[in-house]
Design a protein around this ligand. Structure first.
Ligand SMILES: [Zn+2]
Length: 372
């Protein structure tokens, strides 16, 4: 707003300057005084100063509407599974420049398997190591064994109802395994099947997790904060069945529209499983991959920001659509003062024009006789 006003002021000032110049031409260089030249340069410098002020003010401007964040969460990333679908969906995030939080199962059940399994599947370890430092990928922890050893009223669970020490130790071991394998300490915890209890949350908070991402289906868990740990929910997209897959994408679009007009929600998580992006033969399903890309493109038209659950990488927000399509659109472009570059160019031009005009007049013969 300020920059626009400054820009208009600049145009007006330039107009005055131009008119002044025109009058001088009419006077045919008569009575050109040094004070006029100084005045021109002063106006030009003032414009330049105004442009710089505008630029600073725009950069520091506060958003007038709440920011809207979208987070993607990919569950069940584990050793000894097919890498192709995981690499395919990760490539979508790379191509789109959209971050994703990877929910890693540190110790999936295997016959006779001991030690840190994340180190024991060579191709998996190599691939995950290759993306560990990519800021688009957050390495989160998705349970420890992901076994249904403590079923909850909501369904299967690895943790529900277990003693604090058992839950704490399992989560601690998984956290240590991820750190050992990839040099990254996970700070986001995702309970398997989104089923856990308050003890799980307390254990995760005690272990330094700062984000606890679970599902809306848990009626007894209140979203908010616990011991400095943010507790939030997600909406699951994707399915093995083609029709069901497409249906979840359509539902996700509706959920997004609701989220955009909800003044109390700042982040919406879309959870999926990379293994759902396969066909009946287990091969990567390019149609499903395309649907994920289209969905991300749909989100981009809404001007949302994309974040990892640990909030350390945020992208997007530069493709805001018309204001009617959602709230929170304008926040995406806050800090980018579009007229400012134009104003800067205009002001610099005005300075050059002033100097050029001044030089022209000084080189022109004074009191050149052009009387009729
Ligand atoms: Zn899972």
């Amino acid at each position: 707003m300020l920059s626009t006003a400054s820009f208009l002021l600049g145009i007006v000032a330039a107009e005055v300057s131009d008119r002044c110049c025109h009058q001088n031409k009419v006077l045919r260089y008569q009575h050109i005084s040094r004070s006029t030249t100084v005045k021109r340069v002063t106006i030009a410098v003032f414009l330049l100063f105004l442009a710089l002020m505008c630029s600073t003010a725009s950069t520091n401007a506060q958003p007038t509407q709440p920011r809207k964040y979208i987070a993607f969460r990919d569950d069940d990333v584990a050793p000894f599974t097919s890498l192709e679908p995981l690499e395919a969906v990760n490539q979508v995030h790379i191509d789109e420049g959209v971050p994703v939080t990877l929910g890693i199962i540190p110790h999936p059940p295997r016959e006779g398997q001991e030690g840190n399994e994340l180190l024991q599947d060579g191709p998996f370890h190599t691939y995950m190591g290759s993306i560990a430092s990519n800021p688009l990928f957050e390495f989160a922890q998705h349970g420890y064994t992901h076994q249904d050893i403590a079923p909850s009223p909501e369904g299967p669970s690895e943790f529900y109802g277990r003693p604090y020490a058992a839950q704490y130790n399992a989560i601690k071991q998984g956290q240590a395994d991820i750190k050992e394998a990839f040099g990254v300490t996970p700070t986001t915890f995702i309970p398997p099947w989104d089923n856990s209890d308050h003890t799980t949350m307390r254990a995760a908070a005690a272990l330094g997790f700062t984000d606890y991402n679970t599902d809306f289906s848990l009626q007894d868990i209140q979203y908010g904060y616990l011991g400095g740990m943010r507790i939030e929910g997600g909406f699951t997209i994707g399915a093995l069945n083609d029709t069901a897959f497409t249906k979840t994408i359509l539902e996700a679009q509706n959920v997004t529209e609701q989220f955009l007009v909800d003044p109390h929600a700042d982040t919406l998580t879309f959870a999926y499983h990379y293994w759902a992006f396969t066909d009946s033969m287990g091969a990567v399903d390019s149609h499903k991959i395309q649907q994920l890309m289209n969905f991300i493109d749909f989100l981009k038209t809404k001007g949302v920001l994309f974040t990892r659950l640990d909030r350390s990488t945020v992208t997007g927000g530069s493709e805001a659509a018309s204001p009617s399509s959602s709230v929170g659109l304008t926040v995406a472009t806050v800090g980018k003062c579009i007229p400012t570059p134009l104003l800067l160019v205009g002001s610099v031009s005005a300075v050059l024009f002033g100097i050029y005009g001044s030089a022209q007049r000084q080189s022109a013969p004074r009191n050149k006789p052009k009387h009729k």
